[in-house]
Design a protein around this ligand. Sequence first.
Ligand code: C2E
Ligand code: CA
Ligand code: CA
Length: 719
Amino acid sequence: MDRRNIELKIFGLIAGMAAGMILLAGVALTVATRHADVRERQYEQTLVGNGLRQRGKEIQTALNPYVIWDEAIIKLDNRFDKAWASQNIGASVGGALGYKIVYVLDAADQPLYGHINGKDVAPDTYARYAAPTAPLVAAIRKIEADPKKVAALRAVHKSRVELIGDEPVLITVSLVRPDLKAKTRGAQAPLVVTGIPVAASVIKTFSDRFLLHKAHIEVVAADKVHTKAAQAILGKAADGRRITLRWTPRQPGEELLKSATPMLVAAVLAAVIGSILLFRITRRAAKKLLLSEAEAKHLSLHDPLTGLANRTLFTDRLVHAHALLRRKPGHLGVLCIDLDRFKEVNDNYGHDAGDQLIREVARRLKAICRETDTICRLGGDEFAIIQPDTNPVGAAALAQRVVEGLSGEVDLSIGRAELSCSVGVAVVSDADHGQAELLRQADVALYRAKEAGRGRFCFFEPEMDSALRLRKGLERDLRTAIENEALTVAYQPLTDARRGIVGVEALARWHHPERGDISPAIFIPLAEACGLIGQIGAAVFRRACYDSLRWSGLEVSVNVSALQLSSPGFVDEMVATLAETGARADVFMLEITETALLKDSDGVHEALRRLKRLGFRLALDDFGTGYASLAYLRRHPIDKLKIDRSFVSSLPGNSESLAVASAIVSLAKSLGLKTTAEGVETEGQFDALIKLGVTEFQGFLLGRPMPADAIAGARETVR
Ligand code: C2E
Ligand code: CA
Ligand code: CA
């Protein structure tokens, strides 16, 4: 997944979470404050309601001294005394207690006395108040009619708020009762009706007592709903409207909200900051995760040592480049690169040095190639380059740059190493062949470059392919032949000047089940190249050992490859075979080539000395074709020189060959060595060689290679 995308997702998630949390907190707070406000209003309303009832009782209680009074019974009921009423009810209740309205009703509920706003008025003015007062009067008479109830109560009052004009008035009707023993005339006692404006008395006291905010009286329609304001219903007007006490309740929720706002802001800020921090942390973690994912991906596609593409990525790119070829005509180049003698660096300096060298090679390749090229380490010291959109000239130029760039000395921490490489190039212009085929072709070309002497590049050519295929097939078959012990040995006679057989040369023979006889000139180099020569040499020697036991007085020549000679266990193996077969070392002439001496390593020298001490004699094969100098001949314990067939074949006519042959013979004579002339096919050659002083002769003229069984017969015929 793309990093930007992941970051966006994480950010969205965290931001969403934070927003959600803030929203939730906000909703919770709002609900809580709203709830608190409602609770407070209800609480205040209950409180005010109770308070009002209490206040009503107070007002009623204040009236008690005037209405629970024997004298009042006497003066108002037994015999109405208007002066007394004016003085003791009107002046006292209306004046001292502050009642605006004061009336006295007789036992039949008829007004006897009236007092309004501090002045006595005609009793009939009561008509104005009769209607609102009537229910209260009725209620009192009902109580009065129940002796049990009356006995239980000391004072009997009934109050209500009513609109008088537009003014809400608290009207109280009180039953006049004796405080001691006075008795009414009839069953019903007189009543005192008082009225006091609510606003003046009730509200004033209330607001002060309950600290009500903006308290006021409001007359409202019954269905009018106030949301914010608190209300206490004082009474119901005749028209159905409600007389209410209204005030603005405290709003603790809102206050809380107000006082909590700074904290709330702080919390939101903290949440935002926290979210940002969280986002950063997660982003960093995600980045790391992505990095490690990228790392893992990189690792899976790159060589850890060099950082170059590995085989997987290489194949991937090759497939891609190859597919592109179908759409866009052009050329696609693949270079296979192999370091020459890398194994030696590894063996001599160690793996660390090897790694250093590989890294250096990678560095140089990066410098040589273009951005669009893919450089890959296929493994070990093998590299490859994909060169897209090129042509044979471009591929050759790159190959040349690689060969030049990867040559010369390289400084390693442990010393200097000589660097050189071989490059195989394959270029295709169409997508007919698969991409794997392209790599294979480059590999075949590389093989050829190495064969051609390393430090160079080679283009793939179709012939190489068939040759290589043949070679690979032969190699496989040769292995099988060795395992099945299908190789045989033929012996070719060596004679003296009188054609008497003095020795034989053991020659390996391979009869291929399909291809027939295959020449050692083909399968011996092949065996040397693929590491099979040791096994072949050992098999031929063992066979020769057994066969030598059949012949007395014959020198048996056995070819020994340079590779065998430099392999560590070679001499011991020879000794073991001698012991195993019971053959004698001094019967054998080991034929070695000049190239074996060229190595001139202590190992080869030591091996030759040991063989010599064991009784083996040594011949230098194909003499004259190589570099062998007198110095070599002096240094090594050689017994015989074999003059190469190439000099013999042009005899007797070719004077140059004659000169060489003559020189070799005289050299051998001066060193006390025997000489054998190879490939003697004609009498003319034979004669010429005898005249030169050659001591031994080998060739078709004197005898073809033959089975061991035929040697005895050949000896007979010659004699
Ligand atoms: P070489 O050691 O020089 O062997 C002599 C080669 O010359 C043999 O070829 C032989 O058949 C051939 N020859 C002999 N007389 C004549 C002649 O008059 N005219 C011509 N044209 N050729 C003649 P061959 O058997 O094909 O062996 C080829 C090479 O293979 C040998 O050359 C030798 O270097 C190598 N070889 C054969 N057997 C072995 C072996 O067991 N071990 C090793 N290391 N090399 C072997
Ligand atoms: Ca030979
Ligand atoms: Ca030879």
